[in-house]
Design a binder for this molecule. Structure first.
Ligand SMILES: [Zn+2]
Length: 247
């Protein structure tokens, strides 16, 4: 068989695989500079996506408050529109709000115009609920394409990913999730040998429906927050945490 005929599809497949890997890999910078770690190994940025969620967010705010832990909430514009008072409450507790699009689509497949529209509508929802727009953006599922990071930048936002994504949305038990979050403590214990700190991505909401059950996320945090504090970790918001790599 002509090796060229074999080679082309193999190369095309490899390129497609590399592209989709870069689209979702949280450390990849090929689609533009993104932030995925804090500046110091003893600074932990807790981040919560897909809220606000009236079933979980109020309990989470109380739990974080008990440990004076400040976090960043990447909210969905549609839910902000449904829960403006709760969105404002997040800010009143001293946390930071980030933009997580209006409807939570996979941006990889959207045109530059649709990507901007998703970001813009979420900014508008936050502006009308709180009087402020977000300075940080997190793409749903972590998916980027060449115009996601630049589109966010045009709206004044830096794009934020994570170092650890424990998969709390698929947790069948709090124990499972607690074990999946253990790397944070391991990293704190070896802080002298490390450079940046963790950005932990959890979920206080479920993007498909308002009121999603995230009680396992709360339980795992109940377990870890005092332990992280005792390990010397400081809880920081994204804007306290970072330096973005040069653009
Ligand atoms: Zn999300």
């Amino acid at each position: 068989m002509n090796p060229w005929l074999i080679g082309v599809p193999a190369a095309a497949l490899a390129a497609a695989a590399a592209t989709s890997f870069a689209a979702v890999n949280s450390r990849s910078q090929i689609f533009g500079a993104t932030l995925s770690q804090t500046a110091s190994p003893l600074e932990l940025a807790l981040t919560f996506d897909d809220g606000p969620n009236p079933a979980i967010t109020p309990k989470l705010l109380q739990l974080l408050d008990r440990y004076q832990a400040k976090a960043t909430f990447f909210v969905i514009g549609r839910f902000v529109g449904l829960c403006p008072a709760l969105t404002k409450e997040i800010l009143e507790y001293g946390h930071q709000l980030g933009n997580h699009t209006q409807t939570h689509p996979n941006l990889f497949w959207l045109s530059p115009q649709s990507v901007r529209e998703e970001m813009r509508r979420c900014q508008d929802a936050m502006l009308s609920a709180t009087g402020r727009e977000a300075a940080y953006f997190r793409p749903p599922y972590g998916y980027r394409n060449p115009w996601v990071v630049s589109g966010a930048r045009q709206l004044g936002m830096k794009t934020v990913l994570w170092t650890l994504l424990p998969g709390d949305w698929k947790a069948l038990s709090a124990e499972w999730l607690t074990a999946r979050m253990r790397p944070i403590a391991r990293h704190a214990e070896s802080a002298t040998r490390r450079q940046g700190g963790d950005v932990l991505c959890l979920h206080d909401g479920a993007h498909r429906v308002l009121g999603g059950d995230r009680t396992r996320t709360l339980a795992a945090l109940e377990y870890w927050l005092p332990r992280w504090r005792d390990l010397g970790l400081k809880f920081v918001t994204i804007s306290e945490a970072v330096k973005l790599p040069a653009r």
